[in-house]
Design a protein around this ligand. Structure first.
Ligand code: ADP
Ligand code: MG
Ligand code: MG
Length: 908
């Protein structure tokens, strides 16, 4: 087999390109692409991602065939660079860089300056004319190699470095003298010897093999695994390894290293954006060791390099048709590009950039729609601080506004604390010197993130933006004392557990808990702000309007109240997919009538109680219909078991006991009443209420209930019709398992409709359908469809019943399953396609066979989950219904899946 595993990139020979991310990883594919279009990229080669699994299969060894290819390409690199790997006079130094198909910022490992040893260092020093620089490279190599290749915790090296700096009284790394560096190197090597029993490897080939192996192994380190889980990246993709000639940003004052974005990743503003450090090497900028200088300064300090950078990054943006996140190094005023990829951005920036790129003519509307993650739209709805409230709190510090949004929480200092406190139901802000990939779980559990060091491209900033969490970074005034669990900012001293508030849009940090207010978009949607006053709202609507032009699926909202319905409409809902009538019953004023109805002993009594509820229900439906202005409104008849409307058994027993204790006589009447209630509660109690007397089973055994609800619906319709309003009610029966159940309910509803129409002399258009949430209903969908005019998948109950798993009880072990990869996804969040989904498909097909114009939708929480929306589109549903706030997400997801299908069709 002549499989190719290694791909070269250099001036005259480029074997890869941007389309080869699968085998070259993102970094490798883009390095090849940049080299291919003539950008100044140090040459090198990429070992393909396929080797990652071969490596693991071979027992963590590089297979011999691959090894040969590595040697061939190393020679090629030597010829091109006119240097030799391991040569004491003219040594070639390389970086060994990980890089998977999807970028996993900082998750895996990289080693720089590889190829240095006690001999080659002389060659490097001689060539550079500077021994200090060579020593600086050497100490960095040993540090990184010790961490990545030998798995010695990097903190050990950092501690030694800190001590050394203190001892020789310098603050910055670059101030260390030759002698200090020499001593540092000895200390590092002693540490390695002590930890591993071996010396730092002098054989450069061995260095290379060990580093490559370490990168492959890093694919399976715990933080990389966690990251993949959080981002739904498959475990079997593997990482590639890039070996690339070193360029040196630590070569004195005319050298620098930096990172940037072609547009502002927080706001989307069109401006070159980023940071750099002079006299430093790669990791220094992102690690937040020194707070770096904004790129705008480079224009003054190194105008020619800046101009070049601007030209190249502009070109990259045009070439990739998207915002780029890039790395560069300047070695003695000469610019090198080291990485480019599409830049992660906030939801706000994503929308603005997508719209701007269309208007600049760089991408089509359809391409723009594919550029925004549906979930990212949520960020635009995040609350912000109320200006008035903000003014009442003292600003204790100001940092960089790294990820927008407002957050308030109790101060914690470690990721584990954050997770622990969150579990106890607390809101926390994670405060760190800087964050690292080990902190991911804690960041995920926090309301927001605050760090003392690091720039706009530091780990905290990048991850914050990606998670949509407010973050303030590089807050230089912070003094953290992790041991005392306290931080200081100016004169303020904040202890663990004290409330702070951070504004990721302005960079301000406040003492105390500031009330938030709705985001601009929500304000507009609620009619509290004019659309013209909100630029972001205009971008938002323009973008989603494009989505509507593309999508096939309808998007409806699950809403019970006119207020919610108004918001849903403003967010673009095309109807109500689920109005739960019971939510209306829970209201204080009505609960007594509900209780009366439940406690009734005879049908007559029950009727009487229900007749008191009728005006309320009619008003509810009237309000909802009116608000929806003729869009279809699906009303579900009463669903939950009746005991949910009554007090809990234990509470009643306690109450009775207490009353009996003090002055029984005076309380006789009350006690009697409660005892009757208790009897009823006992009678209604079930072992498995969710599988008990609920849904249509209620409407069948107590037809009076459904009669009342139907009357309320049709009376409301008639009233609106008289007011010349359009209404289209769809009545939906829950928990149907057999055709007969539905037929029973339908008969009652039709009868009531006739009566009401007759009374008012009005003709009403309506339809009756059912939820499909019991496996039996799905299996016998053809029979059910004989009665049902529409189906709506209740995927919450359907998932519970198919899995035999209670959504409310399963949480404990479900968390364990997910953490340990037993299940990839939570089936209550994303439709389980091969189980629940298969049955849905079956039901759609059988149902439509029996009734070709059967309308089919979904109203479970899955309706707002983009991947589930994709699935619903694929199996041919007519609409999805989700909460009002998820409507924009569903609209975008529905557009994306249409475009994806179109794209796939084109390829075939
Ligand atoms: P990550 O994926 O964590 O960003 P990288 O492989 O990009 O890791 O490398 C880490 C740092 O080292 C980056 O700042 C990068 O620019 C720098 N770097 C990598 N290779 C080289 C090289 N050949 N010369 C100079 N700097 C490099
Ligand atoms: Mg990088
Ligand atoms: Mg249900």
């Amino acid at each position: 087999m002549s499989e190719k595993y290694v791909y070269f990139f250099g001036k005259d020979r480029v074997e890869g390109n941007r389309k080869m991310k699968d085998i070259l990883g993102g970094k490798g594919a883009n390095l090849a692409e940049m080299a291919g279009i003539g950008l100044p990229v140090p040459p090198g080669f990429t070992i393909s991602t396929e080797v990652c699994s071969l490596f693991a299969e071979a027992g963590d060894k590089i297979p011999p065939g691959v090894n040969e290819e590595i040697v061939v390409n190393l020679h090629r690199l030597e010829r091109l660079t006119k240097q030799k790997f391991g040569d004491p006079k003219n040594p070639l130094l390389v970086s060994v860089r990980s890089g998977a198909k999807f970028s996993m910022p900082g998750m895996m490992d990289t080693v720089l300056n590889l190829g240095l040893n006690d001999k080659t260092i002389d060659g490097l020093a001689e060539k550079a004319g500077e021994r200090r620089f060579a020593l600086d490279c050497y100490r960095r190599l040993i540090h990184m190699f010790g961490d990545v290749g030998l798995e010695i915790p990097k903190e050990r090296f950092e501690t030694i470095l800190r001590k050394k700096k203190k001892q020789v009284k310098v603050i910055q790394d670059f101030e260390l003298s030759e002698r200090a560096l020499q001593e540092l190197i000895s200390d590092y090597r002693r540490l390695i010897k002590k930890e591993t029993g071996k010396d730092f490897p002098q054989d450069v080939k061995k260095q290379l093999i060990m580093a490559i192996s370490a990168v492959f192994k890093s694919w399976n380190n715990p933080r990389a695994i966690t990251y993949r889980r959080l981002n739904y990246i498959p475990d079997d993709l593997g990482t590639a390894v890039n070996i690339q000639q070193m360029v040196f940003g630590n070569f004195g004052k005319a050298s620098a290293t930096g990172v940037g974005f072609t547009r502002n990743p927080a706001s989307g503003e069109k401006e070159l954006y980023g940071e750099y450090l002079f006299n430093a090497q790669g990791e220094d900028v992102v690690a937040g060791i020194r707070t770096p200088t904004p790129l705008s300064n480079l224009e003054k300090e190194m105008p020619s390099a800046y101009k070049e950078l601007k030209t190249y990054t502009n070109r990259l943006e045009k070439h990739y048709k998207d915002v780029q996140d890039f790395e560069f190094t300047i070695q003695e005023k000469k610019l090198f590009m080291l990485q480019t990829r599409s830049g992660k951005r906030t939801g706000m920036a994503a929308i603005k950039i997508a719209v701007d790129l269309v208007e600049e003519g760089l991408v089509s509307k359809e391409e723009a729609l594919m550029m925004v993650e549906p979930e990212a739209l949520h960020q635009l709805l995040h609350p912000v601080f109320d200006a008035g409230e903000k003014a009442k709190h003292a600003v204790i510090a100001t940092g960089l506004a790294a990820s927008p949004g407002a957050a308030a929480g109790q101060t914690v200092f470690t990721a584990d604390e954050a997770v622990e406190w969150k579990k106890q139901g607390k809101k926390v802000i994670l405060v760190r010197e800087e964050t690292s990939p080990d902190d991911i779980h804690g960041m995920s559990a926090s309301q927001g993130i605050l760090t003392a060091t690091g720039g706009m491209t530091s780990h905290a900033a990048v991850v914050g933006r990606q998670m949509g969490k407010p973050a303030v970074v590089g807050c230089g005034e912070l003094r953290l004392d992790d041991e005392k669990k306290i931080f200081q900012a100016g004169r303020a001293k904040i202890k663990m557990g004290e409330w702070i508030s951070i504004d990721g849009t302005s960079g301000e940090v406040f003492h105390g808990q500031i009330q938030t207010q709705p985001s601009e978009i929500i304000q507009v949607v609620r009619g509290e702000r004019e659309p013209e006053d909100s630029r972001i709202y205009q971008y938002f609507t323009k973008f989603l309007f494009w989505a509507d032009q593309v999508k096939r699926l309808g998007v409806r909202a699950n809403t019970d109240t006119p207020e919610d319905a108004r918001i849903a409409l403003a967010f673009g809902a095309e109807g109500v997919g689920l109005a739960r009538t019971e939510h209306m019953f829970f209201e204080k004023k009505r609960l007594p009538f509900i209780k009366e109805m439940i406690l009734s002993e005879t049908k007559e009594e029950r009727r009487k109680a229900l007749s008191k509820l009728l005006p309320f229900q009619k008003k509810d439906f009237y309000g909802l219909f009116r608000e929806m202005r003729g869009h279809p409104v699906t009303i579900r008849t009463l669903d939950p078991p009746l005991h949910e409307f009554l007090p809990r058994r234990e509470d009643l027993m306690v109450e009775i006991a207490v009353l009996k204790c003090d002055e029984e006589k005076k309380n006789q009447a009350k006690i009697k009443e409660l005892e009757k209630l208790l009897e009823r509660v006992k009678a209604l109690s079930e072992f498995n209420p969710m599988l008990g007397h609920r849904g249509c089973r209620l409407g069948i055994s107590y037809p009076e209930i459904i009669e009342m609800q139907a009357t309320a619906i049709f009376e409301a319709v008639c009233q609106l019709r008289k007011e010349r309003e359009k209404v289209y009610p769809e009545i939906m029966i829950p928990l149907v398992g057999t055709k007969e159940e539905l037929a029973n309910q339908k008969k009652i509803i039709n009868r009531i409709a006739e009566e009401v129409m007759e009374n008012h002399k009005v003709k009403i258009d309506y339809s009756i359908g059912t939820m499909i949430e019991i496996p039996r209903a799905a299996i016998t969908a053809d029979e059910i469809a004989q009665e049902a005019e529409f189906f709506s998948f209740g995927t919450n109950d359907l998932t519970q019943t198919i899995y035999g798993l209670s959504r409310d009880d399963g949480v404990g072990f479900l968390a364990y399953y997910l953490a340990n990869g037993i299940w990839k996804n939570n089936p209550f969040e994303t439709i389980d396609e091969s189980g629940v989904g298969e049955l849905m498909k079956w039901a759609v097909e059988k149902g439509r066979k029996a009734r070709p114009n059967l309308k089919v939708g979904i109203c479970g929480v899955h309706g707002g989950d983009p991947r589930s929306v994709y699935f619903c589109h694929k199996i041919g549903l007519d609409y999805v219904s989700c909460s009002a706030y998820q409507v924009p997400v569903a609209r975008l997801a529905a557009a994306q899946i249409t475009l994806k299908e179109k794209d796939a069709g084109r390829k075939h």
